[in-house]
Ligand binder design. Sequence first.
Ligand code: SF4
Length: 279
Amino acid sequence: MPERLFVCTPSKLGTYADCPRRYRYSYVDGPSPPKGPPWAHNSLGASVHTALRNWYALPADRRRPEALAGLLRGTWVREGYRDDEQERSAYRRALGWLESYVATLEPDADPLGVERVVAVKTAVLAFNGRADRIDSRPGPDGPELVIVDYKTGRTGLDADDARGSQALALYAYAAERTFRRPCRRVELHHLPTGTVAGHDHTVESLARQVTRAEETARDIMAAERAVADGSDPDEAFPTTPGPKCGWCDYRRTCPAGAQTPGKDPWAAVDRAADATPGG
Ligand code: SF4
């Protein structure tokens, strides 16, 4: 019998790479254990992403900075903030990011895709994912595709982040096959600083990232098989405690997480906080 393909998104693979136990809580256990309260930084990231999606849904002649406040208000997610004051300050900051960002865009240039799903099958994976944006830009031999990922976390990003991102590489690999056009460039657009961290992949570097993703998928399938064959699920999906546990949705369920002080849901949007997950 041929092995079944492992159906996955970048976040599924990333969750296992981050912590196998978190993967088990999210994708294996049924029902999943209860999550902690919603995070303000996730609300902020989702609000900004949706506002940008809706920006491109406007006819080109209505893509004006004055439209942004209405777009952001319409998509604003309120959960997780400490109080109204913090939420209002986050809204103002996000609006400022959007205003600066759209000033860098060509108002009538339409991307090839906005929140576009791309999918590809390999010998091991049935991959699908939703890219924030896919641009088509002129290249030496005709149009080339570029994967654009918006970031709203407080930490700046550099070319190494773009080069090392498995998610971006998988999007590029899948986009190239979905649209039958070269897609080697990946970019992280960090809205709080207005910076772009980019990397130009090669066929080989994309293939390496796909191989790594396949290795992760094989590890996950082996752990799932072990549990199905009677192994202890706690051993098949071990904990990997670290500072990230403070931000983990399953900290209250996980024995390792219970040892780590939890972060307040609004900590990553609080300017006084000293660590933040990416957004
Ligand atoms: S609390 Fe830490 S060890 Fe436990 S599942 Fe979450 S990230 Fe993994």
